[in-house]
Design a protein around this ligand. Sequence first.
Ligand code: DQA
Length: 139
Amino acid sequence: MRILILNGPNLNLLGTREPNIYGSQDFQSYFEQLKSSFPQVELLYYQSNIEGELIDKLHECGFSYDGIVFNAAAYTHSSIALADAISAITSPVIEVHISNTFARESFRHHSYISPVCTGVLVGFGLDGYKLAITSLLTP
Ligand code: DQA
């Protein structure tokens, strides 16, 4: 079982970026927790601030991985190209947002990628990633 955790722009700053919204834990330490929670799963983590690199990663892993947990961050609200990439691949993609985007500015209420994702988890903090992996493991 192989699952890719894919994080978009500014999520490399988790832990220091707006901790009142995103919490104070950095993603690398959370990723270590995830790996110990799912020892039976081969977890790969990739983060990029560049839209094209996220698309390349979806193409690279999206035909062979058992699932992709994707926080596209601000590109969620702007990127038709990411939505097209998700449509093009065969692996199921779960959309995750740490914050409750619906409780924030109206420009965060629309997601270009939700219609082409298998499921969406919004507002559960970092636990959203764990819940997404659990959903991929559930037959
Ligand atoms: C986010 C929500 C987005 O609106 C925002 O641009 C982010 C993070 C979240 O995880 O809550 O960068 O995807």
